[in-house]
Design a protein around this ligand. Sequence first.
Ligand code: G16
Ligand code: MG
Length: 220
Amino acid sequence: PLQAVIFDLDGVIADTAVVHRAAWERLAREIGAPFDEDIAARMKGVDRRGSLDILLERAPRAYGEQEKCELEARKNGYYVERIESFGPDQLLPGARDAVESVRAAGLRIGLASASRNAPLLLERLGIAPLFDYIVDAARIERSKPDPEIFLAAAAGLGVPPEACLGVEDAAAGVDSIHAAGMVAIGMGRREDLGEADIVLPGLIALRIADFVDNKNGATA
Ligand code: G16
Ligand code: MG
């Protein structure tokens, strides 16, 4: 039976996927590295260092560890500058209702965001108190598509992975959910979502009752 729903943040709850992308694109321009749709798609949902490594694959020169840290900090500065001014208006359509309906269905709610800025963002969006457990991205060693982050969310909620639904907007995230043994709901376009079990255009279309079997409690 379904006991919990674990949400990704960027691109699912808030419209920050475009902000991450714009910040990386600005950095790419500054260092003379190419940036295209393929690079943008591969970076989606991937953690900070993983994203930087993708960007640097085609950079005009190699970068050392200290320089990589400087590039990450620069990109993060561009990102934080933008989300500092975020408020509840930057929630994606239906996001708050979806999270509240999951709670109303008696399920637990987790957040599996690779972003170290997730706590700041949830605070700005005004939805931090709705979550039962938020994974600390700084303590995750392996980026999506590795299952570590979704497994950590399930463990933090005290729920077995097979009793969780995962919600993602990126192919790397869908793979992470599946590797964790969970059902994956994709948000966005089928072609961007790899092997998602179900694809919805956004949280506004999520009817949690469809996943809950009323006779025996919830079911995935
Ligand atoms: C998010 C974004 C990624 C970003 C990552 C790390 O993951 O989708 O693009 O690279 O967080 O973010 P930060 O640099 O803020 O730590 P998710 O898992 O929320 O989609
Ligand atoms: Mg995402």
